[in-house]
Design a protein around this ligand. Structure first.
Ligand SMILES: Nc1ncnc2c1ncn2[C@@H]1O[C@H](COP(=O)(O)OP(=O)(O)O)[C@@H](O)[C@H]1O
Ligand SMILES: [Mg+2]
Length: 312
């Protein structure tokens, strides 16, 4: 059985379609990555899947319950961490824990046991009485995740849980997500950090409410870009980019630090053509040109550019 099955799920606000008939399945126990730029429709989808926003059409089964007809059962069986962390900043750490435990009816021994667990995963042992608002972002985030799963739900929805924290906290937070998954929890997580997609078993990409790609990271890299990609390392990156973009055989380009990635339109073009164009004809020192397998970022940029061309 799948943990989540989404069928033609749609949300229309007035005459604006925020989520446009999307379909996907999430397997039990996996980390499922939901990728898309700001405004793509991620939060709207999640709000429907956790039973707090009614779909305009379509349906989904979450833990076997229909979000349309059984939203109360859906709500009881999931955990949810919103983009804004849903913690009360003016309460102490333990008051927040008690509040969320109360929502799910935890008390007595069970409450004590889970409180201890939350304090441990958030690195807040012996800091129960600290005011939540004064905690660093990374710690607050771990506390928010801890409280979101205090009732040990089988499925947890995390909406951009890592936005706005430093890379080390992000990395630590992903260790915690992995830990949940290893213990059997299904995790659906949205992000606009493309590098985080690499930590997910399955990935979907949505753009303007439409699902435009799905698969494992490996499948996305092999199924969606057939053209060769060259990685170029050299001086004067911006000038190089400008020169490259004038060539017919250059499809999409993107900059990764001081590298350029070029998706070629023409299979006969190779490393030598790049040296010739940039170094010999334009005097730009090139250190290295290499054919590479695409990164997920290449794939997503390619797909989103392809979509934007469709819509003009
Ligand atoms: N209640 C609402 N009323 C009208 N438009 C909305 C509402 N909620 C979201 N939207 C719009 O739907 C689109 C998708 O939003 P959202 O799901 O929050 O995107 P994401 O989470 O991917 O950034 C945005 O254009 C947003 O402005
Ligand atoms: Mg959002």
């Amino acid at each position: 059985m799948n943990a989540i099955e989404v069928k033609n799920l749609t949300k229309i606000f007035g005459n604006f379609t925020a989520v446009d008939s999307i379909n996907f399945n999430v397997k039990q126990g996996e980390i499922f990555g939901f990728l898309g730029a700001n405004g793509a429709g991620k939060s709207t989808t999640i709000r429907m899947l956790i039973g707090i926003l009614e779909p305009s059409s379509g349906d989904a089964l979450v833990s076997g319950f229909s979000i349309k007809n059984q939203s109360d059962l859906v709500k009881k069986n999931i955990g949810y961490m919103s983009q804004k962390f849903s913690l009360y900043n003016d309460l102490t750490v333990v008051e927040n824990i008690r509040f969320f435990a109360g929502i799910y009816g935890l008390d007595g021994k069970k409450y004590e046991e889970r409180k201890k667990w939350v304090l441990k995963v958030a690195n807040l042992e012996n800091m129960e009485n600290t005011i939540t608002g004064s905690l660093p972002g990374g710690i607050k985030q771990r506390l928010a995740l801890g409280t979101a799963v205090i009732h040990e739900p089988k499925i947890v929805f995390l909406d951009e849980p890592t936005s706005g924290v430093d890379p080390i906290s992000r990395r630590n937070f992903w260790d915690l997500i992995n830990e949940l998954s290893e213990n059997g929890t299904t995790v659906l997580v949205t992000t606009h950090y493309l590098d985080e997609a690499e930590y997910c078993n399955d990935i979907i990409l949505i753009n303007a409410g439409k699902l435009i790609a799905q698969g494992t990271s490996q499948e996305l890299k092999t199924n969606y870009i057939k053209n060769p990609i060259l990685e170029i390392e050299g001086e004067r990156v911006v000038d190089s980019l400008e020169i490259l973009e004038k060539e017919k055989w250059v499809g999409e380009t993107s900059i990764f630090g001081n590298y350029i990635h070029v998706i070629l339109n023409d299979n006969t073009i190779n490393e030598k053509h790049i040296y010739k164009l940039l170094q010999e004809q334009n005097g730009i020192k090139i250190h290295r040109v290499e054919k590479i397998t695409p990164t997920l970022e290449d794939v997503f940029i390619h797909l989103i550019e392809r979509e934007s061309k469709k819509n003009v």
